[in-house]
Ligand binder design. Sequence first.
Ligand code: AMP
Length: 398
Amino acid sequence: MMEVSEKQLTQPGCSQRQVILPGSTIGILGGGQLGRMMSLAGRAMGYRFVTLDPVTDAPCGQVADEQIVAAYDDLIAAQQLADQSDVITYEFENVDAGVTELLMKQSYVPQGSQLLFTTQHRLREKRAIEAAGVKVAPYLEIDSEEKLREGVRAFGTPCVLKTATGGYDGKGQWVIRSLDEVTDAYNTLSQAKTELVLEKFIHFDKELSVIAARSPRGEVKAFPAAENVHVDNILHVSIVPARVSNELQRRAEQLAIQIAKGLDVIGLIAVEMFVTSDGEIYVNELAPRPHNSGHYTMEACHTSQFEQHVRAICNLPLGPTELLTPAVMVNLLGEHMEPLMNWMEQEEGLPTDVTPKIHLYGKHEAKVKRKMGHVNLLTKDVEKALKWIEDSSIWKNM
Ligand code: AMP
């Protein structure tokens, strides 16, 4: 997919400051689970939804008032989305340049295109985070094998080579463990035909994420920091409150707010961070949308991330973000569906003080590693919930 080009950039719609009231139609580019949960939250508030996605009966299409079935870069379909919507948002960041341009001209896109332009590219994103006064892991732009070799010498091994665009869930990355790997790593990742970035390896103690929301009226709020555990580069569990000091939690939340303000965010921004044992925080990545690590908010917070996103783009007052209960969110991938279904008939073995809230996304095919749903385990004792996940037949192959 093409990127947004620099000449098309527009600032978010702060100048418009318009309030989009319930009864209005929200258009969502993308029909996946994030759009689905956004629509479910927004429908409870009285909004209508239209989504655009190439796959018929997409997760969001099943709950929206209407789905336009077309490719994400189909300009005629984008025009139709613009015609039917009072406000437009997106549920993924690699939005096609032509579509962005059309939607910005023909409709109201309060999030603007600047944030997409920034977060579509790791180097631009890192520079923007630094400009907001927040630390990232030391990095170098790589445009030749020689430069990579010098970089690996300077950072030491291991270090991480990443493509600037297109990577997700660990794709487009190479952890370089010795100088012998430089040629292979360079040749492999340069096939992506995008810039490369080399990062110093951060020996982190924990990975945290914070989701912040900002509205055109300038209100900013952060959700409590989540502690994330990945398996095979895919998020497995999020634990809230994160098991770090209160001071670190507050600092992480403050950094997300600083980034939301510094980058003129409208809507949500998910900020992924590494925390080291000596209390340093490095921001790894941003996502300008609801995030998997914020799914716990659906039952564990006064306001869910999805309701907050709707509130922010519609310029309503933001909802309170305080935690109602500690929680563990655990993802359900394709391979977990069959044991889950067996378990759901009895819900056996669950500790009495752990309450599961199951969310399934309505995807037709349970492919291995595909995100099919998640469970929010509400509990006063997150260790008990984590132990149950570890022992459960549902996630036995993790
Ligand atoms: P990313 O695609 O940047 O989100 O990276 C995926 C995962 O790789 C992260 O969640 C980390 O666990 C790991 N990772 C990425 N960059 C680094 C780094 N500079 N140092 C250590 N681990 C990293």
